[in-house]
Design a protein around this ligand. Structure first.
Ligand SMILES: *Cc1c(COP(=O)(O)O)cnc(C)c1O
Length: 497
């Protein structure tokens, strides 16, 4: 069955997958969604016996129907290889009454690698299929992890350039160091004097700027997006939820057909939306538990039906979730609006104009698949310490937000359904916060590098290659810009006037 894509705002339809991957954002500012969600028509028995790569093919081929089998298998093989430090790619670890799905075994030790290691290949394959002559310029705003993972994926991929904007004071020291040391002749990094939402708004504006598009085309370039709005990011993420389920069946932890819950530490709503799509495809998922940090705009939304970004932006120890506009939520809004593009457009215009919208009672009724809650900074810290003390398992701050919210959900509802918890970053990426949680007094005075060694001792987990690398790598990027200087920075990098 051929799957075509359409915009959540009604401006485009009948778009083949490869073109949606190339375009990123639809031309009307909407997000591409499948016109029909495919069905997972492979028996679980069969999936349970598959490697990560073969299973990913089964899932992704249901969505990306205009890629040939050879093309798609080629993309998968180039993405999920030795860049990952385990052949399982996404191993499950049972601890603290849940199954932690470790999505951080790739090049940058955070879950963004799961999608960003394959997106460049999906994109360059799509460019060939669609006879694109221009060089593809990836423009990305990052709250810390996306930018690095995108650069790691695109570095020195022929026919591409990548420009990353990050909030100067909104990422961890390790994240910043990872970005400014990025290798690759086609990678560019610009720090912004502003927060993530400023950076994301600036990028969105450039994508919608017809004058800039003309100038790019004249110079032989065209923009594309590696942000989590691209369906080429979303589709690979559906695969690991199916993989987690298949592994649980294989290991005898659940029986075939048994319902599981999924808990996801959420920022832009991409990861949890992938779990929702997995459920829509037929994977037996009950509740989708959406975990927020102190920036709890999603928690408030699920509780009240009002999405309101007019609030203080709080810097937390889980910076990749410090987000007030969760872009991927638009896809869920569209779905619960009964795929009504005009209604979706109205709500999104209200969000960009007034910073707030309210869904109808009817739409609210359709949110019962979801549960939302949040964890305070203190609770995150307590959760890390507790899991370490009880199970000797060290988790990062983002994963801890999810573990804490899962506890709250269970206490509130008494629902003891087995749960897969998306573990989104290696604790090494946030060593200072993690060590402080475990035993603040002992580790607080150490330098960042000393902390890496201390964490190795505490956790018994080897230091990942990605961390070893930044200890010695030279700084290659030092550009800084104001929010209203973002376009000028892009023009300078690409030599446009
Ligand atoms: C990006 C990120 C998240 C949030 O994922 P979304 O798909 O944006 O909701 C959570 N944890 C980490 C470590 C991340 O990098």
């Amino acid at each position: 069955m051929e799957i075509l894509y359409k915009s959540t705002r009604g401006g485009e339809s009948g778009v083949p997958a490869s073109r949606a991957v190339l375009e990123g954002l639809a031309c009307d500012g909407g997000l591409f969604v499948p016109e029909k969600l495919p069905v997972l028509d492979v028996p679980m028995e069969k999936l349970a016996g598959m490697s990560y790569q073969d299973l990913a093919y089964e899932v992704m081929s249901r969505f990306l129907t205009d890629y040939t089998e050879e093309e798609l298998r080629g993309c998968i093989a180039r993405a999920y290889d030795e860049k990952f430090d385990t052949p399982a790619i996404a191993p499950l670890r049972k601890a603290g009454g849940a199954y932690f799905l470790e999505l951080f075994h790739g090049a940058t030790i955070a879950f963004k690698d799961m999608a960003l290691s394959i997106l460049p290949h999906l994109m360059t394959t799509a460019a060939k299929k669609n006879q694109v002559k221009n060089e593809i310029v990836i423009l990305t705003a990052t709250s810390g992890d996306t930018g690095k993972a995108a650069m790691a994926g695109f570095a020195d991929v022929p026919g591409t350039k990548i420009i990353v904007f990050y909030p100067k004071d909104g990422v961890s020291p390790v994240q910043e160091r990872q970005m400014v040391t990025q290798k690759g002749e086609n990678t560019y990094v610009v720090a912004i004097r502003g927060n993530f939402d400023d950076a994301q708004t600036g990028v969105k504006k450039m994508f919608g700027d017809a004058g800039l598009e003309r100038d790019l085309d004249r110079a032989g370039y065209q923009f594309s997006s590696a942000n989590s709005i691209n369906i080429g990011r979303l589709v690979p993420q559906v695969a690991y939820y199916v993989y987690a389920y298949a592994q649980l069946v294989k290991q005898g932890e659940i029986s075939r057909g048994e319902t599981i819950n999924v808990t996801v530490p959420t920022g832009n709503f991409g990861n949890i939306l992938a779990a929702y799509y997995a459920k829509q495809m037929g994977l037996p998922i009950g509740k989708l538990i959406c975990a927020s940090n102190d920036n709890k705009v999603l928690y408030d939304f699920f509780r009240t039906g009002v999405y309101d970004k007019n609030r203080e932006f709080i810097l937390t120890s889980s910076p990749s979730m410090d987000i007030l506009v969760s872009s991927n939520l638009e896809r869920l809004i569209y779905r619960i609006a009964g795929e009504d593009a005009a209604k979706t457009r109205g709500l999104m215009e209200s969000l960009s104009g007034k910073g707030v919208y309210e869904i109808t009672e009817d739409m609210k009724q359709k949110l019962t698949d979801f549960y939302g809650n949040y964890a305070s900074e203190e609770e995150v810290s307590e959760t890390i310490a507790k899991l370490y003390k009880e199970d000797h398992y060290v988790i990062d701050t983002h994963t801890a937000v999810a573990a804490c919210v899962l506890e709250k959900y269970r206490r509130e509802t008494g629902d003891g359904t087995k749960t897969v918890l998306a573990s989104t970053a290696s604790p090494y990426k946030f060593a200072r916060s993690v060590l402080h949680a475990i035993d603040g007094k002992r580790f607080d005075g150490m330098t960042d590098l000393e902390q890496i060694d201390a964490l190795k001792e505490v956790s018994g987990v080897e230091v990942p290659g990605a961390i070893e690398e930044i200890r010695s790598a030279p700084v290659r990027h030092d550009a800084v810009a104001d929010v209203d200087g973002m376009e000028a920075a892009v023009r300078k990098i690409l030599g446009l006037n």
